[in-house]
Design a protein around this ligand. Structure first.
Ligand SMILES: *[C@@H]1O[C@H](CO)[C@@H](O)[C@H](O)[C@H]1NC(C)=O
Ligand SMILES: *[C@@H]1O[C@H](CO)[C@@H](O)[C@H](O)[C@H]1NC(C)=O
Ligand SMILES: *[C@@H]1O[C@H](CO)[C@@H](O)[C@H](O)[C@H]1NC(C)=O
Length: 954
C-alpha cells in the first residue's frame, strides 16, 4: 500500500542543526566559480568546503547549500549560470549590491527548490527570464529597484505558491500578461497577496481578466506606469484588497461602480489619470483612511457627501477634480482627519472647520479656489491653513499667514535618549544613545501610508520602537536606530532615512551583521506598524567593516534567520544543543560499558523493580526471521535512533520493530527505561509495546503496528488522508487523553518530554496514539512536583521555562501539546521558514475578527469556507497551553475536558469518542469518517491555491 509508518525519531532535529558536513562537490564547485567572478565576497570564503568551513552568508543542510544571503556588502560582478548548479538552494538574497549587474541567467529556472528570490536594489538588467516560471516553490519574488527591461514573463502565472511578487521600480514594458489557452498569466495567481508593479513602463489596457473573485490580493500597486484604457470592473471582485494604487497612468473612462464593494480598502490612489464621468460614490469603503483622486477629469460636482461618513479617513487629496460649492464644516470633525488637500478647484463660500474638528488636523490646503471667508477656530493653532490664490487672500493683501504658502516639511529626527552626545571622530555619527559609530544606512520607502501628518511624531516613535524590538528579537547586534528627514518623493512615497547603530563598545558592524540586517529588511521579515503599510528598503553600501573577517566569532545567517523564528529561545537552544550532544555521547558510551539488564535480570523477583507485564523478550533470531533478515522492503522508516522495520509474527500479526543503530543516542539505560515505561502503560491512545530484543549487541523495541503513519505525515499531505476540522478535533482529543493518562493515571506518572507531530501515530480509524517514550521520565521522586534533569526534547516544541530552569514538570508536555495543537490547525512545522508558530499566532490573533484573524495561517484543507465550530475555544486552549509560565498552563485533564466541550460545540458526542469502548468509537468514527482514504472533502481541497508560507508583511 506504500503507506509509510513514520517513526520514533529520538533526538533528531537538534542533531540535524549541529552537523557540519563537508560540502557536496557540485555545490562547492558552483560557489567557487561564483567567487571567481565576484569581487568583495566575504573574506572567510577560503578553501573548498563552504559548508564545513562556515562560509559567511552560506547556510547548508546535510552538505547541500540551501541558502545564500549576502545583502548590502558591496558584492560586484554578475550572476553566472553556475548558481543554478545549487539544486537544493531555497533562499537567494543578494539585495543592495548595486554593482551586481548583467542579466539573470535563464537557467535560473533549474533552482527548483527556491522559495525566496530576493534581489532588491541591485544593478541587474535585461529581461526577466521566462524560466522564472519554473520555480514552482517560489514564495517571495522581489526583483524591485533594478533595471530589468522587457515584458513581465507570463510564466510567473505558474507560481502557485507565490505570496509576494515585487517587480516595482524597473524598466519593464509591454502589457500585463493574462492567461489564454495554454499560455499562463498573472490572473492565475489566486493565492498571491502582493502585486507590486509600480514605477515601470507598462502599457496597454489592464485586462478585465486580470482580477477575479478567487483572488486573495491585499496590495495591488500599478502606480507610475503608462497604462491606458479604463479601470477593469473585475477589480471590484477582489474583496480582500487593502491597498490599491493606479495613480500616475493614463487611465480614462469612469470609475467602475462596483469598486464600492471593496470594504477592506484602506488606501486608494487613482490620482493623475484621465478619469472622467461622475466622481465615484465610495460610501462602501468603510475602512478607507487615505484617498487620492487628484488630477482627473471628473464631472464637476459638489463636495461628495459620502465622505462625511468615512470615520477612519486621515487623508483626502483632491486637487483639480472640478469640485465646487462649500466644504461642509462637519467634514472636519471626522475623528482621524489629518490632511485635506483640495487645490485648484472651484470651492467657494466660507472655510469653517467648526469647534469639534479632528484634533489630529495638521494641514488644510485649499490653494486656488474661490473661498472668500475663513472662520478661525480656537484649538486649531497647530493646523496649517493654506488659502493662497483664493479671493480672501487677494482682497486682504496677503498679510495673513494662511495666504503665504509656507508648507513646512517635517523635521523629525529620532532624539537622543536622555544623554548628551560628545563630538565624534569626523566620519562617525552619534547614536541616539550617544555613542559614536559607523551606522548602517539606507532609505525606507513606504508606498501607501494610512496617515499623512508628518508633524505628529507618534508614528515615527512607534516605528523606531518596533524596529528596535524586532532587531533585538532577531538577535541582531543593534544598539539603537535613528530615523530622520521624512519627506514625500515625487511618487507620493514617504522616504525616511534610516541609521542603524552597532552595540555600544563597537564602532562598526561586521559582515554578518550587515547582511543579516539586509536580509531582515529585504525579505519583509521586519513588519512595520500597520499604519506604514508596505515598504521597501534601499541600503547604502557599508564600508567600515569591523575586524577583517569576523567569521570566527560570528553567528551564521542560518542562526539569525532561525532566530527570527524562535528569538532568543532558539539561540539558547543551539548553544544547549551542542553541550547536550556531547553529554549524550558520554552517557551512551557509559551505558554500553555496562549491561543495564544485568542488574535487572538478577533482581527479577524483587518487587522494587518494575515488572514487565505484557511485553516479552524476543530473541534476535525471532526478529530476524519476522523481518525477513531486516530486508529493505520491510524497512518503513528511519531516524536518528536507527531504522524501523515492519515484521510479521508467526501469529500473522503485524508489528513495527525499532532497531537502534550502534552508538545511537539512546543508551542502554534509556532503552531499559522505555521498556519499563511502555510495558506499564496501557491506553487506547498510547502505542502498545509487544516486546523487546536485547541480544547480540542489538537494541530493538517491538510495537504494535500503526498503519496510517504519523500525524506529521498526514498534515503534510503525504498520506493523502483528508483532514477536516472534526478529524483534527478527534485527533487532538485522542492525543490529549493519551498524555493525560501518562500524567495523571500512570503510576508513577510519566512525563513524555518529546510530544510532537512525528510522535503521534494514527490508526485505521484515525485514533491518535502517542509514541516514543525514549525520553520519558517517570516521576519517581515522590513528594516532588518536578524533576531536575538535563534538557531534552525537540526544538520548536520545547518548553522555554523547562530549558531555562531545567526543571521538568508535566507542564512542559502541556507546552509541547499546545504547539502541536497549533500545528494541527496550520499544518506548519513549529519553526518553518524562520517563523515560530507560537509567535506567529500570538501576533496575528484578533479575537474580534472572524476565525480570530488567523485565516491566512490556517491549513486550507481544514475546510475554510465551512463553519469551524468551536474554533475560537480551540485556539484559546492552545494559547493557554503555550503560556510562558508553566503555572498558567492547564493540566492535561483540563485540556481533555475543554476539547470534549469543543467537540460538543462542533456537534459530536465526545462520549462516543470514549476512550474505554473502542467498539462504539469504531462505529461512530465509521459513520462520520467513511473510509479514511475517501476524498470525502474534495470540495474543501484548496491545496495549491494557498501559499505554504503566509507571511503577512502588512
Ligand atoms: C452612495 O451609495 C449609497 C449606497 O450605494 C447610497 O445609499 C447613497 O445615497 C449614495 N450617496 C450619494 C451621495 O450618491
Ligand atoms: C458657490 O458655487 C455654487 C456653484 O457654483 C453656487 O451655486 C453658490 O451660489 C456659490 N456660493 C457662494 C457663497 O458663492
Ligand atoms: C498623533 O497620532 C496618534 C496616533 O494616531 C494619535 O493618537 C494622537 O492623538 C496624535 N497626536 C496629535 C497631537 O495629533
Amino acid at each position: 500500500m506504500g503507506l509509510k509508518f513514520q517513526v520514533f525519531v529520538l533526538c533528531l532535529s537538534i542533531q540535524f542543526l549541529i552537523i557540519a558536513a563537508t560540502t557536496n562537490s557540485d555545490d562547492a564547485a558552483a560557489l567557487s566559480s561564483l567567487k571567481d567572478i565576484w569581487q568583495n565576497f566575504p573574506p572567510n570564503w577560503k578553501g573548498s568546503d563552504p559548508c564545513g568551513g562556515n562560509w559567511d552568508g552560506i547556510q547548508c543542510s546535510k552538505s547541500r547549500v540551501i541558502s545564500i544571503t549576502l545583502s548590502g556588502i558591496g558584492l560586484s560582478g554578475t550572476l553566472s549560470g553556475d548558481i543554478t548548479t545549487l539544486s537544493e538552494l531555497q533562499t537567494l538574497d543578494l539585495s543592495y549590491n548595486q554593482d551586481l549587474t548583467g542579466p539573470l541567467p535563464s537557467t535560473i529556472g533549474n533552482l527548483k527548490k527556491l522559495t525566496n528570490l530576493i534581489l532588491v536594489g541591485c544593478g541587474f538588467s535585461g529581461p526577466i527570464p521566462n524560466s522564472i516560471g519554473s520555480l514552482s516553490k517560489l514564495v517571495f519574488l522581489s526583483l524591485n529597484s533594478n533595471s530589468f527591461s522587457g515584458p513581465i514573463p507570463p510564466t510567473i502565472g505558474n507560481l502557485a505558491e507565490l505570496y509576494w511578487l515585487d517587480l516595482a521600480d524597473n524598466k519593464l514594458t509591454g502589457t500585463v500578461p493574462v492567461s489564454s489557452g495554454n499560455s499562463p498569466g498573472l490572473d492565475m495567481l489566486v493565492g498571491t497577496k502582493h502585486f507590486h508593479f509600480g514605477m515601470n513602463q507598462l502599457s496597454g489596457t489592464i485586462p478585465e481578466q486580470l482580477f477575479s473573485s478567487n483572488m486573495s490580493l491585499l496590495h495591488v500597486l500599478f502606480d507610475s506606469n503608462n497604462l491606458n484604457g479604463s479601470l477593469p470592473t473585475s477589480l471590484g471582485l477582489v474583496q480582500t484588497l487593502e491597498v490599491v494604487r493606479f495613480d500616475r497612468n493614463q487611465l480614462s473612462g469612469s470609475v467602475p461602480a462596483n469598486l464600492n464593494n471593496l470594504s477592506n480598502i484602506n488606501e486608494l490612489f487613482l490620482s493623475n489619470n484621465r478619469l472622467t464621468g461622475p466622481m465615484p460614490n465610495l460610501s462602501g469603503l468603510n475602512a478607507l483612511s487615505y484617498l487620492d483622486m487628484s488630477n482627473n477629469s471628473f464631472d464637476s460636482s459638489t463636495f461628495p457627501t459620502w465622505l462625511l461618513t468615512m470615520q477612519l479617513l486621515t487623508t483626502l487629496t483632491m486637487d483639480s477634480t472640478q469640485l465646487q460649492g462649500e466644504v461642509p464644516t462637519e467634514f472636519f470633525s471626522l475623528p482621524s482627519l489629518q490632511t485635506v488637500v483640495m487645490r485648484n478647484n472651484q470651492l467657494n463660500g466660507t472655510l469653517n472647520i467648526g469647534s469639534s474638528h479632528s484634533t489630529q488636523l495638521e494641514l488644510i490646503d485649499l490653494t486656488g479656489n474661490q473661498i472668500d471667508s475663513f472662520t478661525e477656530t480656537t484649538g486649531a493653532e497647530n493646523v496649517e491653513f493654506i488659502l493662497a490664490s483664493n479671493p480672501i487672500c487677494e482682497e486682504s493683501g496677503a498679510t495673513r499667514d494662511y495666504c503665504s504658502p509656507d508648507q513646512e516639511n517635517s523635521n523629525y529626527s529620532t532624539p537622543y535618549n536622555n544623554c548628551i552626545s560628545s563630538p565624534c571622530p569626523s566620519d562617525q555619527i552619534s547614536s541616539p544613545n550617544c555613542h559614536c559609530a559607523h551606522p548602517y544606512k539606507g532609505t525606507l520607502v513606504f508606498r501607501a501610508l494610512s496617515f499623512s501628518g508628518l508633524n505628529n511624531y507618534t508614528y515615527f516613535t512607534s516605528l523606531v520602537e518596533s524596529m528596535i524590538r524586532a532587531f533585538q528579537s532577531y538577535q541582531l547586534p543593534v544598539d539603537s536606530i535613528s530615523l530622520s528627514n521624512p519627506h514625500w518623493d515625487s511618487n507620493e512615497y514617504l522616504n525616511l532615512n534610516l541609521q542603524v547603530f552597532p552595540p555600544s563598545g563597537e564602532d562598526s558592524f561586521n559582515l554578518t551583521g550587515i547582511y543579516s540586517l539586509g536580509f531582515v529588511l529585504s525579505n519583509q521579515t521586519y513588519k512595520p506598524p500597520s499604519d506604514f503599510g508596505p515598504y521597501y528598503f534601499i541600503a547604502g553600501q557599508y564600508q567600515h567593516f569591523a575586524g577583517e573577517s569576523g567569521s570566527n566569532k560570528s553567528t551564521n545567517i542560518g542562526i539569525i534567520i532561525g532566530a527570527a523564528a524562535g528569538g532568543c529561545v532558539l539561540l539558547l537552544l543551539l548553544i544547549f544543543a551542542g553541550v547536550y550532544a556531547q553529554r549524550q555521547k558520554k552517557i551512551a558510551q557509559k551505558a554500553y560499558e555496562q549491561n543495564p539488564f544485568g542488574h535487572w535480570e538478577q533482581n527479577k523477583s524483587s518487587g522494587s523493580i518494575p515488572q514487565l507485564k505484557a511485553a516479552r523478550c524476543f530473541s534476535f533470531e525471532e526478529v530476524n526471521k519476522c523481518t525477513n533478515h531486516f530486508s529493505e522492503t520491510n524497512s518503513i522508516g528511519s531516524g536518528g535512533y536507527g531504522k524501523v522495520y515492519r515484521g510479521t509474527l508467526p501469529t500473522g500479526e503485524l508489528v513495527a520493530i525499532k532497531r537502534a543503530r550502534q552508538g545511537s543516542m539512546q543508551g542502554g539505560h534509556e532503552f531499559k527505561t522505555e521498556i519499563e515505561l511502555l510495558s506499564r502503560v496501557h491506553h487506547k491512545n498510547l502505542v502498545g509495546l509487544y516486546g523487546f530484543c536485547f541480544e547480540q549487541g542489538e537494541q530493538m523495541l517491538i510495537y504494535e503496528y500503526i498503519p496510517n503513519g504519523s500525524l506529521s505525515d498526514t498534515l503534510s499531505g503525504k498520506t493523502g488522508i483528508k483532514m477536516d476540522w472534526l478529524r483534527r478535533l478527534k485527533i487532538t482529543l485522542g492525543a490529549a487523553r493519551g498524555l493525560a493518562y501518562l500524567h495523571e493515571l500512570a503510576n508513577p506518572p510519566i512525563i513524555h518530554r518529546d510530544i510532537k507531530s512525528t510522535n503521534i501515530l494514527l490508526d485505521d480509524c484515525l485514533n491518535a496514539k502517542v509514541a516514543d517514550f525514549g525520553l520519558s521520565r517517570a516521576m519517581i521522586e515522590t513528594g516532588k512536583d518536578h524533576v531536575s534533569t538535563q534538557v531534552k526534547g525537540t526544538i520548536g516544541y520545547l518548553d522555554p521555562e523547562y530549558y531555562m530552569t531545567q526543571q521538568l514538570t508535566e507542564k512542559s508536555d502541556v507546552y509541547s501539546f499546545g504547539v502541536l495543537m497549533l500545528e494541527l490547525i496550520t499544518a506548519r512545522r513549529p519553526i518553518e521558514r524562520g517563523k515560530y508558530i507560537v509567535r506567529e499566532i500570538k501576533t496575528a490573533i484578533d479575537k474580534k475578527k472572524d476565525l480570530y484573524n488567523l485565516y491566512e495561517l490556517l491549513d486550507p484543507t481544514i475546510g475554510l469556507g465551512t463553519t469551524l465550530k468551536g474554533f475560537g475555544k480551540y485556539v484559546d486552549v492552545a494559547m493557554s497551553c503555550v503560556q510562558e509560565s508553566g503555572a498558567d498552563r492547564p493540566t492535561m485533564s483540563e485540556v481533555v475536558k475543554e476539547i470534549e466541550n469543543i467537540l460538543q460545540i462542533a456537534g459530536l458526542n465526545p462520549k462516543a469518542e470514549s476512550a474505554s469502548t473502542s467498539a462504539s468509537y469504531d462505529n461512530a468514527s465509521k459513520d462520520s469518517l467513511k473510509h479514511p482514504y475517501d476524498n470525502v472533502d474534495e470540495a474543501f481541497d484548496y491545496s495549491g491555491s494557498f501559499p505554504s508560507s503566509n507571511v503577512k508583511p502588512h
